[in-house]
Design a binder for this molecule. Structure first.
Ligand SMILES: [Zn+2]
Length: 96
């Protein structure tokens, strides 16, 4: 009888330990999904620009009026494709 109780106690302890390990693992996994928000852009760093982008798929055009640092930012996407820069750069617009 005493041996059975010891076995039962061991099983309970192992179950609790397993539950704790599982909890810690799941909590750590969930924490990875919580990504810190990107740093707020500095308002003083946003400069007026005038870049025109055209979607090569559907022809939609957009004008970008503000960009960080006043530099040419990465092209926005439309129709799942990068839009083509059509104005706002020195010289003729790149073909293609
Ligand atoms: Zn488009």
């Amino acid at each position: 009888m005493g041996e059975n109780q010891a076995v039962m106690l061991l099983k309970v302890v192992m179950a609790i330990a397993f539950a704790l390990v599982l909890y810690v693992f799941l909590a750590g996994t969930l924490r990875k999904f919580h990504m810190a928000p990107p740093a707020e852009p500095d308002p003083a760093d946003i400069k007026p620009v005038d870049y025109g982008f055209r979607c090569g798929v559907c022809g939609a055009t957009v004008t970008m009026t503000m960009a960080p640092g006043g530099e040419l930012p990465a092209a926005p996407r439309h129709c799942r494709e990068d839009m083509d820069l059509v104005s706002g750069v020195e010289g003729p617009p790149a073909l293609g």
